[in-house]
Ligand binder design. Structure first.
Ligand SMILES: NC(=O)c1ccc[n+]([C@@H]2O[C@H](COP(=O)([O-])OP(=O)(O)OC[C@H]3O[C@@H](n4cnc5c(N)ncnc54)[C@H](O)[C@@H]3O)[C@@H](O)[C@H]2O)c1
Ligand SMILES: [Zn+2]
Length: 275
């Protein structure tokens, strides 16, 4: 039996589906992952010029030190994610999910691509937050979390500076920031994610005695949170993990490894499900 056939069989047998995803899920939509410092610098040549790595730039300190630079990075990404159309693999996943009694998405991506592809807002846990929401840079400010839908940010990519006006907190007028968990971040407001996590817990309780399958896509090793979550869920739920990743495809015993890009792998799985 081929790996694809095996994966398709596990999906067919399952009552519910959990999808876990990292930055690699967006690559086939044309989005960059930040794999290694070279990968990050390819996506952001200006960061190379500054000599800062992803872990250094994705740090709330820049909103104090140089908010125009901080917003160049996040404003560019906000615009990019807004312009991006999720690739066909998202639709295939959604079709599979809808045929099951229940599904849930857990992602470290902040890009909102699952919502854009039609996944239900209350079936997604964005563990690192979302770029489509904002908060005050001051953790103690009571302004909470608000949608970025009316926020427009123009970026001068030549000088890697966001143009005025930068988004500001409606309460205290300090500069606002994305509601994303950054590195060394003690000011991230987690209320939105906590609600999502409560939805996830409810889903897990409801399906405690059902048979599940986990499809993981594009989760890297640099920040291995998603990989750990997938492995832990597989173990706790006694569910099969299907890991899709063209490079980091090694799996624990009992899991299925598909060494391919997300879109191609999902198209192949779909073909096997239909055959
Ligand atoms: N789109 C986003 O929201 C976005 C993008 C970059 C980084 N981030 C953040 O940065 C951190 C990065 O960790 P990460 O593990 O998600 O990303 P990563 O960049 O460290 O790793 C990406 C992974 O995707 C795999 N990959 C590459 N091309 C692929 C394809 N076509 N199909 C499937 N997989 C492919 C790579 O082999 C790698 O394992 C996360 O915390 C995340 O919040 C988010
Ligand atoms: Zn404020």
């Amino acid at each position: 039996m081929t790996t694809y056939q095996e994966a398709a069989n596990k999906i067919k047998e399952a009552d519910f589906l959990i999808i876990t995803a990292g930055a690699g899920m967006g690559v086939d939509s044309g989005l960059p992952d930040f794999r290694g410092v070279e990968g990050f610098w390819r996506a952001y040549p200006y960061a190379k010029k500054l000599g800062v790595r992803f872990e250094e730039l994705a740090n709330p300190i820049w909103f104090e030190k140089n908010p125009h630079l901080a917003w160049a990075f996040y404003g560019h990404r906000l615009n990019l994610y807004r312009e991006t159309t999720p690739h066909k693999g998202f639709k295939i996943l959604l079709d599979i999910a809808k045929k099951k009694s229940d599904y849930f998405v857990i992602t470290s991506n902040v890009d909102g691509q699952f919502q854009k592809a039609g996944f239900s807002e209350d079936k997604i846990d964005e563990i690192h937050g979302s770029i489509h929401y904002l908060q005050c840079t001051d953790y103690n400010c009571p302004s909470g979390i608000w949608s970025a839908k009316d926020t427009k940010i123009e970026v001068d990519m030549q000088n890697f500076r966001a143009k005025e006006p930068l988004p500001h907190c409606p309460n205290c007028l300090k500069v606002a920031r994305p509601n994303i968990l950054m590195f060394n971040d003690f000011a991230w407001k987690s209320e939105r994610e906590q609600k999502q996590r409560a939805n996830l817990q409810h889903f897990l309780n409801k399906n405690a005695n059902a048979k599940g399958v986990i499809i993981e896509l594009g989760a890297g090793k640099a920040v291995p949170t998603i990989r750990y979550i997938s492995e832990e869920l597989a173990q706790n739920l006694n569910a099969t993990l299907i890991r899709i990743n063209p490079r980091d495809y090694d799996v624990p015993q009992g899991a299925i490894s598909i060494a391919s890009g997300a879109k191609e792998a999902l198209e192949n799985i779909q073909n096997h499900l239909n055959s």
